[in-house]
Design a protein around this ligand. Structure first.
Ligand SMILES: *Cc1c(COP(=O)(O)O)cnc(C)c1O
Length: 363
């Protein structure tokens, strides 16, 4: 039996995509083997690689002056890759809107301290347990910063940017790990967009980096070959063995997103699902969503019951009802429903029904 998986990641994949992958698992389109067994130097995989890139470009309307690479290491390795790929004035500004954003800054500082770099937080929402997204104005950003780093959707705390910061000529580097393909973003407003796959795109393994061409030759001399975006741009993501199965599954996911009507259709679906749950939370006297209303995430919705004992009970009982992994992150407690692209609206409705029953039995 398939359950509703509310995990923050790895997360649900569309059932239809899993079925398509299953049907081709033993013999991919007549080649007598699975994609997992295919050489990445052969024509079949090259086609998969090219179509994955083309689909992402089409779905996200990625302009021609950007390249898209599919690589390994997760979003977390990009935390280190960013300061090694863009080094001009040895300074960069970070907005600390959650744990991942904080990790990105720490990783940059850890590298930068050996090379006289000044990487700093220009704003943080830690004062209120990251329950809001700081408002960034141009005057807060150093005009000679190499980049401004932001995290679009704060997976753990359930917030997201509802605006695009004006950074002037400073390129914005955006961690979109937990929201890529969920909303229509204007790629041209960012210098670099990166995301681990395992929330909205594919199984864990592949990481996508969308990088503007003028930011590809600013790398530091010590930047390892494998971390250099240009290495993979020049080799069309095939410098070394790619995470082929996960990249292939990203292709199947994006084919499916396209069939459903593209990102605009996904966004509408996501807004409907989120509105259903937020409206329920807002009308409830038992549950509460702790984040600033304007900054609410469409993907990760946090909530608490009247006590931490009831929260624990909620998590245990919801799993018995087939609603999996609703436990909030240990930094926040309570519950978190991650409702990425692949979560059907039926899953959200089932969650709300369970929440109503749980309230009746426990208030
Ligand atoms: C999950 C997540 C990460 C970490 O991704 P990995 O691929 O596991 O390194 C980074 N940033 C955000 C916003 C995330 O949601």
């Amino acid at each position: 039996m398939r359950v509703f998986n509310f995990s923050a990641g790895p997360s649900m994949l569309p059932l239809e995509v899993l079925k398509r992958v299953q049907a081709k698992l033993l013999d991919y389109e007549g080649c007598g083997m699975s994609v997992a067994e295919l050489s990445h130097r052969g024509k079949v995989y090259e086609e998969i690689n090219a179509e994955t890139e083309a689909l992402m470009r089409e779905l996200m309307h990625v302009p021609a002056n950007y390249d898209i690479i599919f690589i390994q290491g997760g979003a977390s390795l990009q935390f280190a890759a960013i300061p090694l790929n863009i080094r001009i004035n040895k300074k960069a500004d970070y907005v600390v809107s959650g744990n991942w954003a904080s990790n990105a800054l720490k990783e940059a500082q850890n590298i930068g301290k050996h090379y006289g770099c000044d990487y700093k937080a220009i704003a943080s929402s830690e004062d209120k347990v990251f329950s809001y997204v700081p408002k960034i104005t141009k005057s807060m950003i150093r005009p000679d910063a190499d980049y401004l780093h932001i995290c679009q959707n704060n997976t753990i705390f359930g917030t997201r940017y509802n605006y695009i910061p004006d950074a002037g000529n400073v390129p914005i580097v955006n961690d979109m790990s937990s929201c890529i393909l969920s909303e229509d973003y204007d790629v041209s407003k960012y210098g670099v967009i990166y995301a681990g796959a395992q929330k909205n795109l594919a199984p864990a393994g592949v990481t996508v980096v969308i990088v503007r061409k003028d930011l590809q030759d600013k790398f530091a001399p010590e930047c390892p070959t494998m971390l250099k975006w240009k290495t993979q741009v020049d080799q069309k993501s095939l410098y070394n063995t790619p995470p082929s199965l996960s990249t292939y599954m990203a292709m199947e996911v994006m084919r499916y997103v396209k069939e459903l009507g593209g990102i605009k259709a996904m966004q509408k679906h996501n807004e409907e699902k989120a509105a259903l749950l937020y409206n329920f939370l807002d009308s409830s006297k038992f549950y509460r969503n702790p984040v600033n209303k304007e900054d609410r995430s469409l993907m990760n919705i946090t909530f608490v019951s009247p006590s931490s004992e009831l929260d624990d009970k909620f998590v245990k009982e919801s799993e018995k009802a087939g609603l999996m992994f609703l436990k909030g992150h240990k930094l926040v407690g309570g519950m978190r429903a991650s409702i990425y692209n692949a979560m059907p609206i039926e899953g959200v409705k089932a969650l709300i029904e369970f929440m109503k029953k749980f309230e009746l039995a426990n208030k």
